[in-house]
Design a protein around this ligand. Structure first.
Ligand code: ZN
Ligand code: ZN
Length: 411
């Protein structure tokens, strides 16, 4: 069991800094049955803040797995109208969104890749309006995490379930700056300021491209779109509220030019995708597109990501993270993107964030295409940073500026 004091502080952080719930606002909490304790604490905290109504949508990863096995492919692809209507009502009500991730590792191992892909494709097509709503920052949204014994056992295999779960809660609190003797909100305000000043330096340079190299074999050029915006930490929704989409977050990220990535990149952490652990993989890019790839484990799941749709072979995000960070310093591999992506430089296959180009959040898809943004129904981050990674920025005048040396910022 996590300490009640820390759980309360974490819930307050999710509500006040994460989603920044406004008085009289509707709040939707997406939780799993494993994270009920935190979900209830978040609901309490949201009402204390003045929320109008809090709805908790519980998912059950085990029941979902039973469904994958039991349903036909046709039934799995049905997306009922009432479900679409529910999400539409959340959009119409201006609800903000708090998601709690609490993964059950490899829960979907053995489900045919095609079955998973077609089911999630059907859901994403029908729900694309909702994804555009959140990814376009038209409301405040945030993602936090809760420990569970299965996830904890993956990270601490030698401990009893109780000890492992407790250790994972401690790691989550450390990684998110939640301590007994300090006010997390004060710490997060300072952290947001640091990330903000970092983004400013990168925005002022407006690099044409970034060049990544390390000893593992990564040698990659990532061109950036014109008028790109480096963001990270706080964001502002189009309805004017400042919020933190990820707790934790350590990244400065921006928009690559869809056709401008070339070379080879080696992943440095395994990627948990729909319950499959993809490990030891690399991708080779030409004119922005993945033209070759391999993986030591779950290569079919990687192929699944890449074949998701036309945009899934192009990248939509490039993110710089200092190797020396609270998450990296826990020394743990969390087997979860929210944490692992914030420990390491990463990029995302799939959709770009409109906020990463000037004026992007008010552009339609055609305008975003013209700006060089990648479009896809998926967005999958993977990690390739390392303690020896070097990043050099090249300006439009050809000036080379060291950005990172041996994993840490030098600008
Ligand atoms: Zn990112
Ligand atoms: Zn991402």
């Amino acid at each position: 069991m996590p300490s009640p004091t820390l759980l309360k502080k974490y819930a307050d952080l999710a509500v006040n800094i994460g989603a920044n719930v406004q008085p009289n606002q509707y709040v939707v909490v997406r939780a799993s049955i494993e994270s009920a304790e935190l979900a209830r604490e978040i609901a309490k905290s949201a009402y204390e803040t003045g929320a109008k109504r809090v709805r908790i949508d519980y998912a059950d990863a085990y029941a979902s797995r039973i469904g994958y096995d039991g349903m036909s492919l046709e039934t799995l692809q049905e997306v009922p109208d009432w479900l679409v209507a529910k999400y539409q009502a959340d959009v119409d009500n201006g609800a903000c969104l708090i998601s709690i991730t609490s993964p059950i590792p490899e829960i979907n191992k053995g489900v045919p890749a095609e079955k998973m892909q077609k089911a999630s494709m059907a859901a994403m097509q029908k729900m694309s309006f909702f994804r555009e709503h959140t990814m376009g920052n038209r409301t405040q949204w945030t993602i936090v995490a809760a420990a569970n014994p299965e996830w904890a056992a993956k990270i601490f295999p030698d401990d009893t379930p109780d000890t492992a779960t407790e250790k994972l809660w401690t790691a989550i609190f450390n990684a998110t700056r939640v301590y007994e003797d300090k006010d997390p909100k004060t710490l997060w305000n300072a952290h947001n300021e640091t990330l903000g000043s970092h983004n400013k330096v990168l925005n002022d340079y407006q690099f044409k491209h970034l060049h990544f190299t390390n000893d593992l074999g990564t040698d990659l050029i990532v061109e950036l779109v014109n008028n790109h915006v480096w963001a990270g930490g706080q964001e502002t929704s189009t309805n004017g509220h400042v919020f933190n989409p990820n707790i934790p977050t350590e990244e400065s990220f921006t928009m690559p030019f869809k056709l401008g990535t070339r070379g080879k990149v080696y992943a440095t952490k395994p990627l948990d995708y729909q319950g499959n652990l993809i490990d030891g993989f690399w991708l080779e890019f030409k004119d922005g597109k993945v033209v070759d790839f391999d993986a030591k484990a779950s290569k079919d799941a990687l192929a699944n990501i890449l074949n998701f749709d036309d945009g899934a072979r192009y990248i939509g995000e490039i993110a710089l993270i200092q190797h020396d960070s609270p998450i990296q310093n826990t020394g743990l591999l969390f087997y979860n993107t929210l944490f692992d992506e914030n420990a390491s430089c990463h990029m995302a296959l799939g959709r770009a964030y409109p906020m990463n180009v000037q004026g992007g959040t008010s552009m339609n898809q055609k305008e975003l295409d013209e700006a060089g943004a990648n479009n896809s129904m998926t967005h999958v981050d993977f990690m390739f940073g390392s303690e020896d990674i070097n990043v050099t920025g090249v300006t439009h005048d050809g000036e080379e500026v060291p950005v990172m040396r041996n994993g840490n910022f030098v600008i």
